[in-house]
Design a protein around this ligand. Structure first.
Ligand code: PMP
Length: 421
């Protein structure tokens, strides 16, 4: 049976609060989702029940913390279709996961004559990282074009991914356009070229079923705080053979097996990549978050996201003064829509929306080159999650109408003078 959104909302006490005297309408989920009580209560049970450092202790509390922390790796691995904890490294977030691959694989291995192929729809977490790797190694950095309708140009990708290519890095879902990219096609292209494929799953792990094996990803990076989990925890799936070959990213305790004054050997997977005391409570809570999402059913989450995106697109594109970006009505999307309203600056609009208790994001969403490509300085993004409703999208549309009306009234008033501009 499909979950009832009213019952889902009961899991999130924050949704009962008001902002500026209005009910909170939280439409900034692509930045961070809210955390249900089933997840944040795991913090209380950890700190009230068995808080201790993991791996090192023989005592009971350390044993209980270790068992829970390790089991969370298994749960999260299973959630993305990985074989087990050996393939699931806990990191702070997507950004750190991508940087781990940069430091562990790309910086030590790549050089002049090698190529990295990425896309014009990259988040800065990926784009800036590969830009720096290219600068430091002398590798060539290539960008797959985004088409007018917000998709990756696969023909262009075919012309870029060649025998020199060592790494292909693409987002599974664009955080601005909502596009769901054909990862399998890119996996095949990478495979034929002998390159590894890194998939930025920051926007897909929260919003649709993920199977790293079926998509052919060698690496898959994601963040807990975008998928009903806490901040400070994320994951990197990596194929075992690759993780085994890779250099550690950080050095220190927990990641070693044996240390002498001259040399050190590394712990087994995934601990080789988790130096120092890890985010124990956060890791256990990430396990609870994936349990929570699995209980809702990821097929349902995907369909709910798509339904809300289609409804928002339908209502926004019915307005002549609104431009939306990315795949159009009827095409598959995740639950986010970026748009601009003629004559109303995004920051002004989001401030007017905030007056009505509506949270959206305005700006470049960490994708400045994509906005350059779209020839716009920024956009407003409304993004939805499991607890959002069509009524909340109606509230957004009412507020946009209000913002437009205020602007028209101002332009018609004697307070306005075009000589000022
Ligand atoms: N990639 C994409 C596609 C994203 O949407 C984000 C977050 N906006 C990131 C990477 C970075 O995530 P984090 O800040 O959690 O590392």
């Amino acid at each position: 049976m499909s979950p009832d959104v009213a019952a889902v909302r009961d899991d999130y006490p924050v949704l009962d609060r008001s902002v500026n005297g209005q009910p909170l309408t939280y439409l900034d989920n692509a930045a961070t989702t809210h955390t249900p009580r089933q997840v944040y209560e795991t913090f209380e049970s950890f700190y009230a029940g068995y808080n201790a450092n993991v791996h090192r202790g023989i005592h009971e509390l350390s044993h209980e913390a270790s068992v829970a922390y390790e089991a969370a790796h298994d749960r999260v691995a299973e959630f993305v279709g990985a074989d087990g904890r050996e393939e699931m490294v806990f990191t702070r977030n997507t950004t750190e996961s991508i940087n781990l691959v940069a430091h562990g694989l790309a910086l030590p291995e790549f050089g002049p004559g090698d190529a990295i192929v990425t896309t014009e729809m990259e988040h800065h977490a990926s784009l800036v990282t590969w830009q720096q790797v290219a600068k430091r190694t002398g590798a060539d950095l290539r960008f797959v074009r985004v088409t007018e309708d917000g998709n990756l140009d696969v023909e262009h990708a075919k012309s870029l991914i060649d025998a020199d290519t060592e790494l292909v890095s693409i987002p599974h879902v664009s955080n601005v356009l909502g596009t769901v990219n054909p990862v399998r096609t890119f996996a095949d292209l990478a495979d034929d070229a002998g390159a590894v494929l890194l998939v930025d799953g920051a926007q897909s792990a929260p919003t649709r079923p993920v199977d790293v094996d079926a998509m052919g990803a060698d690496f898959f990076a994601f963040s807990g705080h975008k998928m009903a989990g806490p901040t400070g925890i994320g994951g990197l799936y990596g194929r075992t053979g690759l993780l085994e070959e890779m250099e550690p990213f950080l050095y220190g305790g927990e990641m070693i097996r044996h240390v002498t004054f001259d040399r050190s050997t590394w712990n087994g997977l995934p601990w080789k990549f988790e130096a120092g005391t890890p985010p124990i409570a956060e890791g256990i809570a990430l396990g609870a978050a994936v349990d929570y999402l699995d209980d809702l059913g990821m097929d349902w989450v995907r369909d709910h996201e798509n339904r809300l995106a289609q409804y928002a697109l339908e209502r926004l594109s019915a307005r002549e003064d609104v431009t939306t970006y990315g795949p159009g009505l009827g095409e598959e999307r995740t639950g986010l829509v970026s748009f601009n309203v003629d004559g109303v600056h995004g920051h002004d609009l989001s401030s007017i929306l905030n007056d009505r208790g509506i949270a959206v994001r305005a700006g470049d969403h960490c994708t400045q080159p994509l906005h350059d490509r779209l020839e716009i300085p920024g956009s407003v993004r409304a993004s939805f999650y499991v607890y959002n409703t069509e009524a909340e999208i109606d509230r957004l549309l009412d507020a946009i109408e209000d913002a437009r009306a205020k602007r028209e009234a101002y332009l018609a008033s004697d307070r306005y003078s075009d000589r000022l501009y």
